[in-house]
Design a protein around this ligand. Sequence first.
Ligand code: PMP
Length: 315
Amino acid sequence: MAEHPTYLWWKGDLVRWEDATVHVTDLAWSAVGGVFEGIRAYWNEEQEELNVFRLREHMQRLKDSSRMVRLPIEQDVDDLVQITLDLLKANDTREDTYIFPFVYNGGAARFDPRQMRGTLMVRTNPQPTHLCTGHTTRAKVSSWTRISDNVLPPRVKNISNYRNGHLALHEVKLDGYDVALLLNPQGKLAEAPGACVMLIKNGKLITPDTASGILESITRDALMTLARERGLEVVERTVDRTELYTADEVFLCGTAFEITPIVEVDHYAVADGKTGPHTLALEEKLLGVMRGTDKDHPEWRTPVGVARRAATGSA
Ligand code: PMP
């Protein structure tokens, strides 16, 4: 496997990876207002095709984030989708992959929004799935509070927001845990650094609502749909910390975390300390749907077209 793909997309073009450099003096404040997305594409061996999961929804959220931080980009959602597909094709990507579009201020000023100009970079890297591998995690509620809508809005994927998650994650890692859970200023459950949280209790899937201080996660949305289709009642509401201690199942969800079962919170085993049956079933369903081995929800998959390329033999 190559260390990195041949190309990334930057400033309006496919650029060879090693040529995408900036001067050291451009660093420091440059990323503070930047916004990004994390997207995954899954390789389907049988079809010899790469399927990007919910690409349009991610690009729409990138547009929303860029609007929110006043970094307008010239590309519309269709352009952003096409750029991503072109990049994956140019790199002949044939493995599970993470896609990172990033918009930063390429304009002169950072204090006057009228002079700010969004510059787009898109890079990819191989990232195998951990779904259905038995992967589990141990969580601790952090002593740090989640940022809130009128402090640094968690609804947008602004780079600065992630400092809050880092503080929490560093704390719990030093305390011997794997992942942090954050409460909002009202003391209710918000989310984890990089993932939303879901609980199963008495056949209901319960998750903090979108006003609890969370990113409106695209995986969360997909899982609420898949859970309903499985016959689970889905409840979005404020969630107390102690509900974590009595839940039947708890898991994280997000593009990077996919579904990550939590088997222990604050030294309380979740149920019997093993991944629960609904979580296991949702893992299998989600992976099938994302890869396209399960034909449900074709509207969530954008095929890159590497299969067609191979069939025609064109470069
Ligand atoms: N919350 C935060 C803070 C995140 O960074 C992410 C990852 N994007 C998520 C939740 C999950 O969102 P999604 O399912 O859209 O990746």
